[in-house]
Design a protein around this ligand. Structure first.
Ligand code: ZN
Length: 245
């Protein structure tokens, strides 16, 4: 049995933190990795600009054109080995505190995980900025893929995905729940994230600094590596071990 499987075997209250690296196994490009989307300009725009609330209000067509590839093509992707492994851990009762993810690709849910907390929001739901009418992904995606900006069927207002844009706050209740989970777990599995984006990265930090055993699974080093009880580079290898737990 590998070191990871051994730690998981003796733990009961596990919590997981996932970032883009988990989804690169599904072929989705890492926003902040070596070839990440954030390093490149898209038609002369920084992604931070495209995802800013001000820019969205003034030029929604810019976001929706970008999002054709990065948000509304999710049917092209399947859950990867780590999504599946985490869904398995939950199904055998090992992951009672759930998964806190930075990802907005819905792949944990598609793999069968039920307790998924999306720190940066989710395109599963959309709202009209004027009257708050809700629209699900399935209703919005065809409009976007046809090259149109989705409008509210009731009032004609602009439809925005429930993704947290720059200039918006994270869900405070979700963060508080996350701090309690990471502070109270008996094992934190932290994976596929460079841990550079705050406040999301404060969650695994809370675990490591509170003495909760923390496993870091990431290709590149992170600033929490020194506090980790175990450090694994390959997500694929780690997923194999977890799938056997
Ligand atoms: Zn409306």
């Amino acid at each position: 049995m590998g070191a990871l499987a051994e730690i998981v075997k003796r733990s009961r209250r596990i919590v997981a933190f996932t970032g883009a690296g988990v989804s690169t196994l599904s072929g989705i490009r890492d926003f902040r990795g070596k070839n990440g989307v954030y390093r490149q300009l898209w038609h002369g725009y920084q992604v931070e600009e495209i995802l800013s609330l001000d820019c969205f209000r003034s030029q929604p067509e810019l976001f929706y054109e970008w999002a054709k590839e990065f948000v509304y093509s999710l049917d092209d992707y399947r859950p990867g080995a780590m999504h599946t492994a985490l869904a398995h851990l939950e199904s055998v009762g090992k992951l009672p505190l759930g998964i806190y993810t930075q990802n907005i690709d819905l792949l944990h849910q598609r793999a069968g995980s039920r307790q998924v907390y999306e720190i940066h929001g989710s395109p599963a739901q959309h709202h009209c900025l004027r009257c708050r009418t809700a629209l699900p992904y399935a209703e919005v995606a065809p409009t976007v893929m046809a090259g149109k900006v989705p409008r509210c069927p009731k009032c004609g207002g602009l439809i925005k995905p429930d993704i947290v844009f720059y200039g918006e706050n994270l869900d405070e209740d979700l963060l508080q729940r996350g701090f309690a989970a990471f502070g109270g777990a008996d094992l934190a599995l932290v994976m596929g994230s460079s841990l550079t984006v705050y406040p999301a990265a404060a969650l695994p930090e809370a675990a490591a600094r509170n003495g909760v055993p923390t496993v870091i699974i990431n290709e590149q080093p992170t600033h929490l590596d020194d506090l980790a009880v175990l450090r694994i580079e390959s997500l694929e290898e780690a997923a194999k071990e977890l799938a056997g737990c």
